[in-house]
Design a protein around this ligand. Structure first.
Ligand SMILES: Cc1cc2nc3c(=O)[nH]c(=O)nc-3n(C[C@H](O)[C@H](O)[C@H](O)COP(=O)(O)OP(=O)(O)OC[C@H]3O[C@@H](n4cnc5c(N)ncnc54)[C@H](O)[C@@H]3O)c2cc1C
Length: 831
């Protein structure tokens, strides 16, 4: 057995096997896969094999789309039939709201080129008369989709991998990982059978690998422990049952022209049904399915199952009999209750492991058969070429920070499982494990009616509503019950003054003799002079946007970096790894994550000075905040009452304003002072939703929507923040990419009762030309607004485009950048 390889993949389920295959296909010749038992012996063997396209995320839709196309090619390559039945996939809606969901999803699917059609109940009945349709509103149909045999597709990928030189070693368990500074030394133990259990023998070897990928399925917690990292990948029980033959189905299939039923998804009944040898398979996503293996998988659990819990799925079973009445007389033939790995948001963890070099994770797959092909393809791109063609951030393992615990992951994963078939409102907030991370002013905000959103564990007000208001009932695919409150809040900032809690911002302190040279190399804009601020970007090695920073220069070699709140661990990891690489060249650099030490209130609106002037302590309070003493894009240490404040004159809402960074332990004091001083001026509390709309009126790009690893800052149309006269990381690659797409702002004449959410497809005439990445309502223009990417020829101001919402095309026009106050007059206003 070889002991020195380029890449070692740990785990021979669908995911690990696909990764090994794609690494070889991408050109790496020395790839080895270790499997502690037999290939497919994890969750893969008992999967139902459905390949659902349906996913609200752009990246995941691409992954699923690749898998479905790739699996169709495997037989030709390997001679093995993976049993792909392209029967289509029928997603039924019992309510108008569910149809709204499908129409939003369909617009997203179109941005990735995924085909679909809508069907009426009559069309369904005419084609598949066994389905009861009188209580349906309609359905979404994917004709190119279906199901596959999970073990067969894995074996086909394994054969393809072997043909490309991959070494697959079974009955070897990876037991320890040591980074020697250049490569991983992986201790592997030969596994042997003992009394039906699989146990380690005394035989061990050490395999040296430049790169390691873990795809250890239900063993993720053991893997995390060995690596000394945290991974919120914990399985939950998942059941499906196989029914005996249904005589009516058998008869239906005998008739000429009748083909197999599509996979039938009755989302409102939390279940899926497909044909199986003349009978039916019923799979469910029921409430109260427990998490398992929080602390590891016992030796005795191999290709095993849990006991069926029929009581738990009784409602869904009855619902199946309602939907397909002929199923009621079928007996139970077989049952499966297996572990299905989950993560708190239902997305897998794919990408570089936190804090480690050349260690890649592919863990936490709940739709691992569907995702395996695409994950292998895009992860191999990431490893071999440095970046994937899609932005993998939404799957990055570092979207959860060190605050994450086993208890959190287990309870959140149970929730994610139960939520598979709920209505995926874009304004959804999930309740489990909350509140967990709260800023000190949380109780004060709650008392004022704050309706909180979840950001990286933090509670952050989305908007404020009157007493008795229920956020859950206010959610919608159209304008929800909260919309009117967000409108009032947005208007308050444009016309008066508003206060936003931005404590969740990620904050790093970078200082030391090497700090200036390092940041000059690490980011693409000029560094600010002392006391000033710049907006800038750290790029990937491929020249695309890795992180957006507001950089404040506190002293000659001391910088305060502010970035998006959702991405603390993701940003920290990239920054720290880059510092470690570059410190030998540039000199000593310290990096501190100070996120939880600083609270942030953003105060903005034309009356901001009126509020702050009454609080600020200074020999001449009336001039402290004037343009002369405190110009736009500068930082000053000021005192508001007894609170020392690092005040930064920027406003993400595009109005006169300051970010008030303050010691977290003084937050409540500062809050009370601001409330008191603000009262005579009508200070309004404002949430993240209004802020999101306001920043679109200013064309301010947001990280995770307009800004990500699939576009360069030049494609984001931000040349004013890119200093081409200096050298910086990713510059040559950014320039080589040119401008393939361009970010634009659009004013939209949409439906009267809805705004876009930022996932919709854009058309020019009959041609698909791009997609929205943000959407909302503009109080300044009294209509919908959005931002997105189009081909450069369609980015010209005045270009008339169409946005697809609710299966209709609506007029949209490309505006100039910053349609509201393009000259920044209100932000710079003196006083
Ligand atoms: C009842 C049920 C139905 C499902 N239906 C579907 C479906 O219809 N469609 C779908 O897409 N998904 C479905 N799934 C989910 C799907 O089964 C999983 O997402 C998928 O199998 C995960 O594949 P994997 O390769 O990540 O993990 P696994 O298949 O669990 O593979 C991990 C492998 O790693 C090995 N391993 C672990 N640790 C080590 C180590 N230290 N050294 C060496 N080897 C190690 C294990 O032995 C195992 O073989 C279903 C799941 C269940 C439970």
């Amino acid at each position: 057995m070889k002991t020195n390889v380029k890449a070692l993949v740990v785990g021979g389920g669908a995911v690990g096997t696909s990764i090994a295959y794609h690494l070889a296909r991408a050109g790496w010749d020395d790839v080895m896969l270790l499997e502690r038992d037999e290939l497919t012996s994890g969750s893969t063997w008992h999967a139902a094999g459905l390949l659902p396209y349906f996913n609200m995320s752009f990246a995941t839709t691409h992954i699923h789309d690749y898998s479905i196309r790739f699996y169709k090619t495997l037989e030709e390559e390997t001679g093995l039939n993976a049993g792909f039945a392209v029967v289509g996939n029928l997603r039924m809606a019992q309510t108008k709201e569910r149809m709204d969901e499908y129409m939003l999803y369909a617009s997203t699917a179109e941005t990735c080129g995924v085909p679909y059609t809508f069907m009426t109940p009559d069309e369904i009945k005419a084609k598949w008369p066994l389905i009861r349709t009188e209580d349906l509103e309609g359905a979404l149909y994917h004709q190119t989709d279906g199901y596959i045999n999970p073990a067969d597709v894995t074996m086909a990928m394994a054969k393809g991998a072997r043909q490309r030189g991959v070494m697959i070693e079974r009955k070897w368990q990876a037991d320890a990982f040591h980074w020697n500074g250049e490569a991983w030394e992986v201790t592997a133990t030969k596994m042997v059978e003992k009394g039906g259990n699989l146990v380690p023998s005394d035989e061990q070897i050490v395999i040296t690998a430049e790169h390691v990928v873990t795809a250890s399925g239900n063993h993720a917690q053991r893997t995390a422990k060995m690596l000394g990292i945290k991974m919120p990948a914990i399985p939950v029980e998942h059941q499906f049952i196989v029914m005996d033959q249904d005589p009516e189905l058998v008869e239906f299939r005998k008739q000429p022209g009748n083909v197999e039923h599509p996979v039938i998804r009755d989302a409102d009944a939390q279940s899926y049904v497909r044909e199986e040898r003349g009978g039916w398979i019923l799979g469910v996503y029921e409430p109260n399915a427990p998490a398992r293996f929080e602390y590891g998988v016992p030796d005795s659990f191999r290709a095993d199952l849990f006991q069926l819990d029929l009581d738990r799925i009784e409602d869904q079973y009855m619902a199946m009999n309602h939907r397909i009445p002929s199923a009621e007389n079928c007996g139970l033939k077989d049952d499966f209750n297996g572990p299905i790995c989950y993560t708190p948001d239902g997305n897998p963890l794919v990408g570089p492991a936190p804090g480690l070099r050349n260690m890649w994770l592919a863990e936490g797959f709940s739709f691992g058969i569907t995702a395996a092909g695409g994950t292998g393809y895009y992860l191999a791109q990431l490893m071999v070429e440095g970046e994937a063609e899609i932005d993998m951030a939404s799957l990055d393992p570092k979207r959860y920070g060190d605050w994450m615990t086993t208890e959190f992951a287990a309870r959140k994963n149970e929730e994610a499982y139960e939520h598979v078939y709920i209505l995926h409102h874009p304004d959804e907030e999930r309740p489990a494990c909350r509140p967990l991370r709260t800023s000190p002013a949380y109780d004060r905000q709650a008392a004022k009616g704050a309706q909180f959103g979840w950001v990286n564990g933090w509670e952050r007000p989305n908007y404020y509503a009157p007493e008795g208001f229920n956020d859950h009932d206010a959610r919608s695919f159209r304008r929800g019950g909260w919309w009117q409150y967000a409108v009032e809040e947005a208007k308050a900032i444009r016309e008066g003054v508003g206060l936003i809690d931005a404590t969740a911002f990620t904050k790093h302190l970078v200082k030391g003799p090497g700090a200036t040279q390092f940041l000059d190399w690490f980011t693409c804009n000029k560094l600010p002079s002392v006391g000033r601020i710049n907006l800038t970007y750290a790029l990937t090695g491929a020249g695309t946007t890795r992180t957006e920073y507001t950089i404040v220069r506190l002293a000659q070699d001391e910088y305060y970096l502010v970035s998006a709140g959702a991405w603390t661990a993701y940003d920290s990891d990239y920054l720290r790894k880059a510092i470690a690489d570059k410190a030998p060249e540039f000199g000593y650099i310290e990096c501190h994550d100070v996120t939880t030490q600083w609270g942030v209130f953003a105060i903005a609106g034309p009356k901001t000075r009126d509020v702050l002037n009454t609080l600020v302590k200074d020999a001449d309070p009336s001039t402290v905040l004037s343009n002369k003493r405190f110009p736009w894009l500068t930082m000053r240490n000021i005192e508001l009452g007894m609170c020392p404040v690092r005040a930064i004159r920027v406003a993400y809402t595009g109005e006169l304003g300051w970010e008030l960074h303050h010691p977290i332990e003084m937050q409540n004091y500062l809050w009370d002072q601001l409330m008191k001083a603000g009262e005579p001026h009508g200070l309004k509390l404002v949430g993240a939703r209004a802020q999101n709309w306001l920043r679109q009126e200013k064309s301010y790009r947001a990280f995770g929507t307009e800004l990500g690893r699939d576009a360069t800052p030049l494609e984001a149309d931000l040349p004013r923040f890119v200093d081409l006269s200096k050298d910086f990381h990713g510059k040559a690659e950014m320039e080589a990419k040119g401008v393939r797409v361009k970010c634009v702002t659009l004013l939209i004449d949409g439906p009267d009762d809805a705004d876009p959410w930022g996932r919709e497809v854009l058309y020019h005439g009959d041609t698909r030309v791009g997609r929205l990445t943000s959407g909302g309502y503009s109080v300044a223009f009294g209509k919908s607004i959005g931002m997105g990417y189009v081909k450069p020829e369609h980015a010209v101001v005045g270009t008339k485009l169409k946005v697809k919402m609710f299966d209709q095309l609506w007029d949209a026009e490309v505006t100039e950048d910053s349609p509201y106050d393009p000259k920044n007059a209100t932000i710079r206003i003196d006083g």
